[in-house]
Design a protein around this ligand. Structure first.
Ligand SMILES: *[C@@H]1O[C@H](CO)[C@@H](O)[C@H](O)[C@H]1NC(C)=O
Ligand SMILES: *[C@@H]1O[C@H](CO)[C@@H](O)[C@H](O)[C@H]1NC(C)=O
Ligand SMILES: *[C@@H]1O[C@H](CO)[C@@H](O)[C@H](O)[C@H]1NC(C)=O
Ligand SMILES: *[C@@H]1O[C@H](CO)[C@@H](O)[C@H](O)[C@H]1NC(C)=O
Length: 340
């Protein structure tokens, strides 16, 4: 169904087929022990761990080594890997943690019970042509979630889920999302940030270019808790984004306080500075297409709007600003309400 490649192989590769280690196609017997046994190699040339055509049930496989080589390891999935129906709802389908230089190509992830693909504490992860699908009403089924990671690229993804298509948590930097199709779902999200009283590592240098969002709850969202916990979002660019029937096409919400518990009336300690929106067009499903609801104690600064054309039911949409500073250039519809 796809190829998960961890680093490019260089030397002629030895191949380890999971069937040779006892995996049984048919999707009834747990093949997890066989997957782990196949990935049990230490050497110089890059091994290929192959999952052949067929359906393999895997309860839980944690590849934490041994299975290493200086030239990298390739996991090639021709078949389908399924989880037990009873897997608990905190389990993520594919979790890449504490790994460097990981490449995932043409992988399809379906119906996760939680995040589909989580990237945690990694440097250098590239996803190419990943497809993710789950029902629109499935809770917490983020497509790709990135946290505490640097140098992450999501290229040519197609994501439809019941939560964010891509979510970027604290401590993410140098992220590029290019040519993504998103919907249904909650859109492309930075946050929630500011949930940790001890403070959080900043989110820096995020570029989203070339995105098509259809029927999503949000388009491009930055969300922080309405609490004084400190944090920073700096250097974000959203460019060439098309919206079709998106409820909140561009939104900064610094007053996130679900059920109004423990935070009403508090002000976010997360500073948001340097966010550019350029060449954004399409339709909003609500009258307010651009909403900057920033923090009274940490106003948003250096927001730029450039060539924006968002309409609502064929009519002009509206914008809303609170504690939001920046500039507009080119044709900006709805008109900017940023203060200088
Ligand atoms: C990996 O190989 C070693 C040595 O052959 C063996 O003792 C160990 O049980 C193997 N681990 C797995 C998960 O099969
Ligand atoms: C990751 O790739 C970079 C650039 O190709 C290289 O400099 C670095 O050594 C690699 N890191 C690891 C752990 O392989
Ligand atoms: C910002 O991130 C991009 C990857 O999207 C990277 O190429 C670039 O070097 C980063 N810029 C800085 C100043 O780190
Ligand atoms: C804005 O979009 C509407 C509908 O999508 C289109 O009719 C209109 O010509 C566009 N305006 C500009 C200035 O591009």
């Amino acid at each position: 169904m796809g190829v998960l490649a961890l680093v490019v192989m260089t030397a002629a590769a030895a191949e380890y087929n999971v069937v040779g280690y006892g995996a049984r196609p048919g999707g009834r017997e747990d093949s997890a022990p066989a997957f782990l046994a196949a990935c049990n190699y230490t050497g110089r040339s890059a091994p290929v761990v192959r999952v052949p055509a067929g359906t393999f049930l895997v309860s839980r496989a944690y590849f934490g080594g041994p299975c290493r080589s200086a030239a990298g390891v390739v996991v090639a999935v021709d078949g389908t890997v399924v989880a037990p129906a009873a897997v608990d709802s905190t389990t993520q389908t594919l979790d890449i943690s504490q790994s460097n230089n990981v490449s995932v190509r043409r992988l399809t992830l379906l119906n996760s019970k939680n995040v589909h693909l989580a990237i945690f504490d990694c440097t250098g992860v590239t996803l190419r042509g990943v497809r993710i699908a789950a029902p629109a009403d499935s809770p917490n089924t983020d497509g790709v979630h990135v946290q505490l990671s640097r140098g992450v690229r999501v290229l040519g993804a197609t994501v439809g889920t019941g939560d964010d298509c891509v979510s970027l948590g604290p401590g993410t930097s140098n992220v590029l999302v290019r040519n993504i199709r998103c919907g249904p779902g909650h859109g492309i999200s930075i946050g929630s940030l500011g949930g940790d009283a001890a403070g959080e590592a900043p989110v820096r240098n995020v570029t989203v270019e070339g995105a098509a969002l259809t029927g999503t709850q949000n388009g491009m969202r930055i969300k922080t808790w309405g609490r004084p916990n400190r944090g920073l979002v700096a250097g974000v660019s959203f460019a060439r984004v098309t919206m079709r029937g998106v409820r909140n096409p561009a939104v900064v919400d610094q007053n996130y306080c679900p059920s109004n518990v423990n935070c009403p009336g508090e002000s976010s300690g997360v500073k948001i500075s340097g966010v550019e929106y350029a060449d954004i067009e399409g339709t909003s499903a609500t009258p307010v297409a651009v909403r900057f609801d920033c923090s009274g104690s940490n106003p948003c600064t250096r927001i730029t709007l450039k060539n924006i054309n968002l309409t609502y039911e064929g009519k002009p949409a509206k914008s809303f600003c609170k504690y939001a500073h920046g500039l507009a250039a080119g044709v900006v519809r709805p008109p900017s309400c940023l203060s200088s």
